[in-house]
Design a protein around this ligand. Structure first.
Ligand SMILES: [Zn+2]
Length: 344
């Protein structure tokens, strides 16, 4: 486990080269007041059979996003090694301290793990965990499917997402994986590669990176779980790990995923003031430029009328506002447009 800036302090009981099903834990050291040599146990399940590609499934990178962890842990209990050709590495609850606390950020050190990659083996707990994922787990994968939702902070149209990759071949492969996953939408976005996300690590290592946004608002989205479960099955079929053809039929009768893009700064509706936000649309709705996106109310002030917010462009609402009360500077809406492959 000697890679990139030092040895991981996280140990793992799994033999990744062994055929069959293994379930165990990655053990991360955490010194506590009550246990100087204490550990945090992160569930890991690996199903392998013979030679073939490796799929990495991660859920719970943020602790308040539930559809991915549900889909991955269901698969982890039921996937029959005899029906597998290749390997599936499943981490349904990556950020277990945040999951148990039901929070986006780590309750141990306050970090957002998805802003700390590639991490640091000698850093804080979250940095150590990020480093383990990047330097120990990721090199084994051919395709990473990292399953998120919008958490408590927003709601999302059910979608996969990916960066607009400069290499046309990788872009095509990633879009093919998104098409196979079969969410209603695939959001391709650019200009936001801050380098500290898991997606950026996957791309740096030359692997295929696919994310998801399958709900939010701190609840379990029923249709999000259905799409998540079907999506992981579809991806395994797409990679040839299990037999079969991906089922990508959509509820509206469409046979496939609608590819979208988020690239224009006008896609974001920001709150100019803090207040109580009344939205006008649900995620997945079609919206038009100039249309009312919602109102910020100041119900504590009898003479202060609400501020009306409008959309800066037309498209489909990808992300909708989260909790009722917004803070100045929050994005209370994000719009995606139909995809066009002409960015470079
Ligand atoms: Zn997330």
């Amino acid at each position: 486990m000697e890679i990139d800036g030092g040895r991981s302090r996280i140990t793992c009981t799994i033999d990744f080269d062994k055929d069959g099903r293994q379930a165990g834990y990655c053990r991360a050291p955490l010194s506590r007041n009550t246990a100087g040599w204490g550990t945090v146990e992160i569930p890991i399940i690996v199903v392998k059979n013979g030679k073939g590609p490796t799929l990495l499934l991660t859920g719970g990178v943020h602790g308040d996003e539930y559809e991915g962890p549900i889909a991955i842990s269901r698969l982890a209990r039921t996937l029959d090694p005899a029906k597998v050709q290749g390997r599936v590495i499943m981490l349904p609850a990556v950020n277990i301290p945040a999951i148990m606390a039901d929070t986006r950020l780590s309750p141990i050190d306050g970090w957002d793990i998805n802003r700390t990659f590639p991490g640091n083996p000698k850093g804080s707990f979250t940095q150590m965990l990020a480093h383990f994922l990047d330097s120990v787990i990721l090199p084994m994968a051919d395709l990473s499917l990292d399953m998120h939702t919008a958490g408590h902070s927003a709601d999302s149209a059910l979608s996969t997402n990916m960066h607009y990759l400069p290499d046309p071949a990788m872009r095509e492969k990633t879009m093919a994986a998104a098409s196979a996953f079969g969410a209603p939408f695939n959001a391709v976005f650019g200009g936001v590669d801050e380098g500290s996300t898991f997606t950026s690590c996957v791309e740096r290592r030359g692997k295929i990176s696919l994310g998801t946004e399958l709900g939010g608002w701190g609840r379990v989205n029923i249709e999000g779980v259905r799409i998540a479960r079907r999506g992981v099955d579809n991806i395994m079929k797409h990679m040839g790990i299990v037999e079969g053809v991906p089922d990508t039929t959509q509820r509206d009768g469409s046979p496939k995923t609608r590819h979208m893009m988020v690239r224009d700064p006008k896609a974001y509706v920001f709150a100019p003031r803090g207040g109580l936000f009344e939205p006008t649309h649900n995620v997945g709705d079609t919206v038009r430029v100039g249309e009312v996106a919602g109102w910020i109310h100041f119900i504590e002030d009898v003479d202060n009328p609400p501020i009306e917010l409008t959309y800066g462009m037309s498209g489909v609402l990808w992300m909708g506002a989260g909790p009722g009360r917004c803070t100045r500077g929050d994005a209370v809406g994000v719009i995606m447009q139909d995809y066009q492959d002409n960015w470079s």
